[in-house]
Design a protein around this ligand. Structure first.
Ligand code: CNA
Length: 238
């Protein structure tokens, strides 16, 4: 049996699939990732992107942060692709327990997934840092300079910046889902951003599948590895 046939069989047999993904899940929807050759990190900015989207930079230079954020990090108007849709279908069929994502684009929910653990938050939620009033992503995109609430407070995206900690509840739920998983599919992530990447180590089963165009530091731990595009694999899964 080839690798794809094995994966198809595992998907058929599994009742507790967990999917753990990253920016590569959404590139086929048209949203660039960070580390591919045409990703954000290959473009030239005055500062490296990981500096701009850090908490200290946000505090020191909010005008620059929000200019970059609006231009490069606010993916509005994109549609889910076959991977998002297949995962939503598996959840509906009762065979997928959770999608754990490092993405901030909301496309899993747009495809219909309900149990989505967003490790790095979501651009769709924005809150006043003073009075906690909610603002939409469209509002933030249209705002100018440093976005201000009607009360005068800064409106900050609910996105985890470098140097900021992850939400503990989301992290715990992710760990629990991975511990229970009978099939763990890790896909579209370079597995270089911690603590998210370390979640793989909580998996206790023997069906760890890695699907990523480029090699990752975890390839040798996986039971099946595909260095292919996600769409080409997911479009063939049941
Ligand atoms: P990354 O480091 O950019 O890695 C993405 C990986 O996906 C690379 O190794 C690519 O080889 C691979 N890849 C890209 N496209 C495909 C494809 N079609 N099929 C298979 N593999 C593919 O991204 P990570 O998610 O690992 O890094 C974590 C960061 C990126 C998180 O904090 C995210 O918030 C952040 N990010 C999110 C988005 C989004 O929400 N869509 C976009 C860009 C960056």
């Amino acid at each position: 049996m080839n690798n794809l046939e094995t994966l198809k069989q595992w998907v058929e047999e599994s009742r507790h699939i967990v999917f753990f993904g990253g920016a590569g899940v959404s590139t086929e929807s048209g949203i660039p990732d960070f580390r591919s050759v045409d990703g954000l990190y290959s473009q030239k900015f005055e500062y490296p992107p990981e500096v701009i989207i850090s908490h200290s930079f946000y505090e020191r230079n909010p005008e620059y942060f929000f200019r970059f954020y609006r231009e490069k990090m606010l993916p509005l108007g994109f549609e889910p692709n076959v991977t998002h849709r297949r995962l939503a279908q598996w959840e509906q069929e009762g065979k997928l327990d959770a999608v754990i994502t490092q993405n901030i684009d909301g496309l899993h929910q747009k495809a219909g997934s309900k149990r989505v653990y967003e490790l790095h938050g979501s651009v769709l939620r924005n809150y006043c840092t003073r009075c906690r009033k909610f603002y939409s992503a469209e509002w933030l995109k249209e705002s100018k300079g440093v976005p201000r609430c009607s009360c005068g407070g800064i409106v900050k995206p609910d996105v985890v910046l470098y140097e900021e900690g992850l939400d503990q509840d989301t992290l715990m739920k992710s760990v629990m889902a991975i511990r229970r998983a009978d099939l763990l599919i890790v896909a579209g992530t370079s597995l270089t951003v911690y603590p998210a990447a370390g979640l793989i180590n909580y998996y206790q089963g023997n069906r760890l599948v890695l699907i990523n165009r480029d090699e990752t530091p975890y390839d040798s731990q996986a039971d099946l590895v595909f260095h292919e595009s996600l769409g080409s694999i997911f479009s063939q899964l049941p």
